[in-house]
Write a protein that binds this ligand. Sequence first.
Ligand code: HEC
Length: 164
Amino acid sequence: MKNTIFKLITGSILATGVALMAGCSGSETTNTGAAPESMVKKEEVADNGEGIGKFSGVTLAAFDAAVAASGKTVFETKCSACHKVTDQKVVGPGLKGVTQRRKPTWILNMITNPEEMTKKDPQAMKLLEEHLTQMTFQNVTDDEAKAILEYLREIDGEGASVQK
Ligand code: HEC
């Protein structure tokens, strides 16, 4: 009788051991194996830093103070609840320096297409992770978006190198 119990116990310990080992080697195989397809795909998409939206390849003309002034008005009505033009975060990031860290095309796409940007553009996705609030489209026209960009150029010092 004792013997049988002993056998049963050692038997189950052995079985558990084998199962654990099997589990370990199983997970090792997945870890050292090829990267999952989803990861590979992400790396294959080249990020040209322009974001996603209707704008592409925007190059900047000489700074225009009058356009910047109209951009300031739009900004104060439609953006200032969430953004300051300093380094300070409100709901969204402080926008000082944004024309130096992003391409003009990216900024225009972010202003006019924020919801798609935070889902597909790597930089915008990171911002959403940090700020945990979705920026929504503020019904700005393309011209208003460009005027706001001009205002942001002014904040960053007119003539600053904007093209990365
Ligand atoms: C409801 C709050 C809210 C409003 C209103 C809003 N934004 Fe945003 N904005 C955000 C948040 C939050 C982010 C970070 C991305 C995200 O989480 O969606 C962001 C990101 C940005 C960025 C990218 C900043 C960077 O560091 O690259 C720009 C540029 C921007 N917003 C411009 C604007 C402009 C211009 C307006 C007005 C037309 C505006 N936003 C209106 C909340 C807002």
